[in-house]
Structure formats: structure tokens, C-alpha cells
Design a protein around this ligand. Sequence first.
Ligand code: AMP
Ligand code: GLY
Length: 439
Amino acid sequence: MKILIVGNGGREHALLWKLKQDAPDAEFFITKGNGGTEALATSLPLDSNEIQALAGWALLEAVDLTVVGPEIPLADGIVDHFSMQGLPIFGPTKLAAEIESSKAFAKGLMQRHGIPTADFSVFEDAALARAHVQEQGAPIVVKASGLAAGKGAIVCETVEEALAAVDEITSSSAFGEAGRQIVIEEFMRGEELSVFALCDGTSLITLMAAQDHKRVGEGDTGPNTGGMGAYAPVSIGTPEVLERVEREVLLPTLEAMEKEHRPFRGILYAGLMLTEEGPKVVEFNCRLGDPEAQVLMPLMESSLLDLLLAVANGRPLRDQPPVRWKAGTAVTTVLASGGYPGDYAKGIPIALPRDLNGTDTVVFHAGTALKEGQLVTCGGRVLAVTAVGADIEEAAGKSLAAAEQIHFDGKTLRRDIGWREVARVDKSVTLTKESVTRA
Ligand code: AMP
Ligand code: GLY
């Protein structure tokens, strides 16, 4: 069997690592592999968004399954293109991927179908957006509608900040086309939870809930990033909460997408706020999270490959056996380049001890490359160090201990991944918005 992974970050390394366990004899390929995927897959000299060239190559090689990690090729229609050529591919079509690539569409869909989310308005005109901000007051959330690599949402404490956010999104070249429409939202209070569901268009399997750490600094401070760490499972994602999320959010969304002629096949990622009124959608993504995949993959015991093959070949998920998970908790700590999420240098040598990978620790590579045999940095997020432990404290301790053994100039990490969960299980710790205070 030949399997192609599209993308080359930590999430794709984790997918590759898991699929290789599910099918040790399969032949794996990856688009522009990184320093860690080299041992597992043949690296293609093609980028994840060279859709035509990738499909041409996959046809020649008669690839049995293509799995797409990142949102950009999905939003660009890679699935439509592969499917048209009869190539089995896992992921949503271009129209279905709009649930992530257009916040204006996603919010409209939720409104049309009664799916719980923050109240909102969409504007194309900056003056109207500004007037709306003045009328609503703060706190308020201002977002660019299009894809903005996790940096398109600005939570504003004051009206002045919100007016500045409107100006930044509409006038700054940083947002470009993504900022053509602005979404202004009610501020929601509560704890965030990411829930992932594998979808076949009409039915779904809810996977596990995870929690990301979007801010660059410890105690959730500083600017937003793609994600500095994650853990799963999350104790606030109780079976009752997950059942409610499935009933009130995931299944209605799947049904709504089908009704609007955009059946969703792939992974639906619901970013939720657990508010006093119940779970509400912050955003949808059309793919696995990064770094959430780096904690979900090591916990998944049953075959992921069987599920992806079923969906890619149009077979219903309801005929598949239930997903089995390993006991315990997984924590991943991201090592980023100095300066991230702003500018950072590339090509810095990495000292990575060989014996870090063990039965319960895996180092996933994100922005790394091999240069004349030397592992070097080549991205904002460089590595994600995952550890599985009996509980959150053990997993977080092991992940951090392994992360501390890796060195490169400028290495940036958060040493508090999982702090909310630690505070929940350890009653001697007080949970505040900004920090964890030990009694
Ligand atoms: P998004 O890009 O939509 O996922 O938003 C990024 C982050 O901004 C989220 O993870 C939340 O922490 C925060 N956020 C977005 N929308 C809201 C909202 N309506 N109320 C409160 N926080 C929000
Ligand atoms: N970790 C957040 C994301 O993948 O969008």
C-alpha cells in the first residue's frame, strides 16, 4: 500500500508516525519532509499546495491513500482535484473546508441551523464595523474572516482596542484577502476545549477532547501562536459534556453541511467555549489541530488507517469498530524559535539526544531540516515533545524533562503545559485567569 501525507509539520509527523504503526509494511511519502520524517517516509520535492503536480504524481504511483494535514491545500481544493481523478483522499472538499476558511460562512451556517455560538455581525465596510463596535462596547472580539494562521482573532478589552483591531484588519497588508470581511463577535466567558470528530458526510465518531495553549507565554500571556503545547484527555470534557457537544454541535453541523450541499468528510475540529449556558462554538477547523495531533496520535490504540481508508473510499464509519484509546494522559511541549510568533532566524543547529524517544516519549519534528547531516531549525515551531503518563502531572513532568534536554540557540518553550488540568486535579493549587498559584 502507498500512502501520501500532505504537509510537513509536527501534525503530519504525528500522523505519519501513527499510520506507520497501523501499517508497518506500507510505503510512505510526504511533501517536503522535515528532519524527523526522513526515517519514516520518502520526501517528495513538492510543496503541499502544488495540487496539480501532486495529483499527477499520485496517479503515476497509484497511491492508495492521501491524507491532508494543513488547511491551505484543503481550502484550495486538493480533495476535489484528487477525487476527480479517482484518487482516494481523506479530507473535506473545498466547499466543505469553508467551515474553516470563511468565518463569515461558518457563523452564517451556525445561525441558519441554530448551532450555539457567540452573537456576531459581518462587515465589509470599516466605518460600519467601527460604528458597530461603538454601539456594542467592550469586551468584544474582532476577527478577519479568512485564513490567518491562528492570528486572525483579536480579543479586545476596550472599545479603543477594538477600533484599532478593525483598522488593523482592514488596512494592514498582513491580513490581505483574509481581512476583506470582518466578523465582530460577542465575548464569551468560559474554558476552552477542542473536540475532534471523524466524519463521513452523514455520521461521525467523536474522538478525544484536547486543550491547546495558544499564547506564547506561561500563564497564557503574550501574543497568540499556532499552539505552544497541548494535552489530552481533558477532565472538563466529561462523557456528559462530550455527549452534549455531539448532540448540540457536531451532529447538527454535519446535518447542516449536508443540507447545504457541502457534505463534510474529514476531521471536524470544534473549538468550543464551555459557557454557563453550555458549550458554544468559537470556531470550526476542517482538519486535526497542531499540536493537538501530537497528543491524540500517541493515545490512539486502534487503527486510524482503517478509519481514514473507509472515509476516503466512501464507506460508512458506522460499520467500523469503536476507537480504542490507551489509558493515561499525553502532554506535548512545543519548542519554538526565539522571536516566534514574530520574526525568527532559521538554520540554527539543534542538539537532540538520540535516546529521548522511548516507549512513552516521542519527539515530533515541525520546523526542522537536515543540512549536511546536521539537524537545524527551519520554522517557528521546531519540535513537539510528547510524553504519555499515568496522569497529567506525570505526563507533563516527562514531556518537560525531555524538552529540557534538547538545545538550540533561542529555544523558546512554555514550562506550564497542562497547568489548568494540574490545577483541577491538585486542589492545593488555585486557578486564576493569569497564573497557577501554589498554596
Ligand atoms: P479563533 O481564531 O477564532 O480560534 O480565536 C482565537 C482565540 O481567541 C480563541 O482560542 C479564544 O481564546 C479567543 N476567542 C475567539 N473568539 C472569542 C469569543 N467570541 N469570546 C471569547 N474569546 C474568543
Ligand atoms: N492548535 C490550533 C490549530 O491547529 O488550529
